[in-house]
Every structure is written in C-alpha cells, then in structure tokens.
Ligand binder design. Structure first.
Ligand SMILES: [Mg+2]
Length: 227
C-alpha cells in the first residue's frame, strides 16, 4: 500500500502542467521585468554599444502591454502579439531576434490547452532553432546565444533524466545565469561591440543579460501556476 501510494504521488508530480490560459501571466511578468530593468540593460549596452537595448526593449514590451490590455488572450496568443510588435516596431538586431524567439514559443504552444515538460521543451527548442536561423552567433561570441543555448540544453538534459517540469525550469535558470556570466570574460565577435575587440572584455553582454531575465521569468512565473 505504501509503495503504491508513493507511486501515484510521483506520477502526479511528473505530470506537472499549467494551462495556456493561466500562462498569459508569464507575458505580464515579462513586460514588468523589462520595464523594471530598462535602465540597467541600457547601461550594460552602453559599455560596449550604443546604450539603447533597455530603451528599445521597454518600448516594444510596453506597446505589447497596451495591446494586451485592449485584447487579452492566452499565453501563446500573448507571445505572438509580443513577437509581432518586436518584429514590426523595434529596430536594430534585438527586435527581430526576440521577435523570432517569442514567435517560436507562441507558435509551438498554440492549441495546447495544457503545457507540461514536453510542450515547454518543444517550445524552447523551437526558440533556439528560430534564432539560429537568422543569427550566425555561436556560443562564445558574447551574445544572447551564450545564455539561451546552455539554458535550453540544461532543460533538455533534465527532461531526458525524467525530472519534473519545475526541476527542468530550475535547471534552465541556473544554466541561464551561468551563461550570462560567461559573457563577461568574452571578446565580442559580432555586432557593434565587436569593433571594440579586446576592450569588450570585462563587461556582460546586454543581450545575454536580457535573455537571462526573460528565461528566469518564464521559469518562475511558469512554476507559480503549475498544478
Ligand atoms: Mg544597442
């Protein structure tokens, strides 16, 4: 009896999900974290670039807030609204990159009423692939890839090991922070910062930093609504 009791409890734990409908809170929290960190992100960008990263991101995410206030929806819908605004309205390299990123996640989750470890895993993989389709950046180039790729890999590793969704999200968070921190000692190979060469060493990459904030919110807000 005791063992069957344990088995059913662990079966419930491994089936952790949240609904697409409740998941819209993830986008609400993404908007907040970008708004709260706009100055910080621009300050980091200003050390090696033109200092507009936080300002641009804040512009796009705030426009998304206004649109979702008028026309709210579930997580996949909200992510696609965010993606469309970033792609259409935010210039530079980050608008299209994050636009692709959120569009891939939103599309992967479309029509899924319940989101569990498999659905989230597919969405994260789609996000990595979509960025790879438009950016030549590799791990070590001092970009958001240095956060995203190891974070997705850590999630996938946890998934393969049979961990729960909250454990996989926690693994993703740890790897994302490590990835962000790894950019500090790197020399930029792409974009505006690459012109600085050796002088780009010693500061975090702004995109790697915003990507870490974003992945942490996805993990934390997702874990909050698991049932
Ligand atoms: Mg910039």
């Amino acid at each position: 009896m005791r063992f069957s009791g344990y088995a059913s409890v662990s079966a419930i734990i491994t089936m952790q999900t949240f609904t697409n409908k409740a998941g819209s809170v993830i986008v609400d929290k993404l908007i907040l974290v970008i708004q709260e960190n706009k100055q910080y992100l621009s300050d980091i960008d200003g050390l090696t670039g033109d200092g507009d990263h936080g300002i641009n991101m804040n512009k796009g995410f705030t426009m998304c807030r206004e649109e979702l206030d008028k026309n709210p929806g579930d997580l996949s819908y909200s992510l696609k609204v965010l993606a469309k605004i970033l792609i259409m309205k935010i210039g530079g390299s980050m608008g299209p990159l994050y636009g692709k990123f959120f569009k891939a996640i939103g599309t992967a989750l479309e029509g899924k009423e319940e989101i569990g470890i498999t659905e989230m895993g597919e969405a994260l993989k789609a996000a990595v692939n979509s960025i790879a389709s438009i950016s030549p950046a590799k791990v070590g180039d001092k970009t958001l890839i240095d956060t995203l790729v190891p974070a997705q890999a850590a999630y996938e590793r946890a998934q393969v090991e049979g961990k729960t969704l909250s454990e996989a999200l926690e693994a993703m968070k740890i790897a994302a922070a490590k990835g962000r921190d790894s950019t500090k000692d790197m020399v930029a190979k792409l974009g505006r910062a690459s012109r600085l060469g050796e002088r780009s060493r010693g500061v975090l990459d702004a995109g790697a930093t915003s990507c870490c904030l974003i992945l942490h919110v996805i993990a934390d807000a997702g874990k909050d609504i698991l049932y």
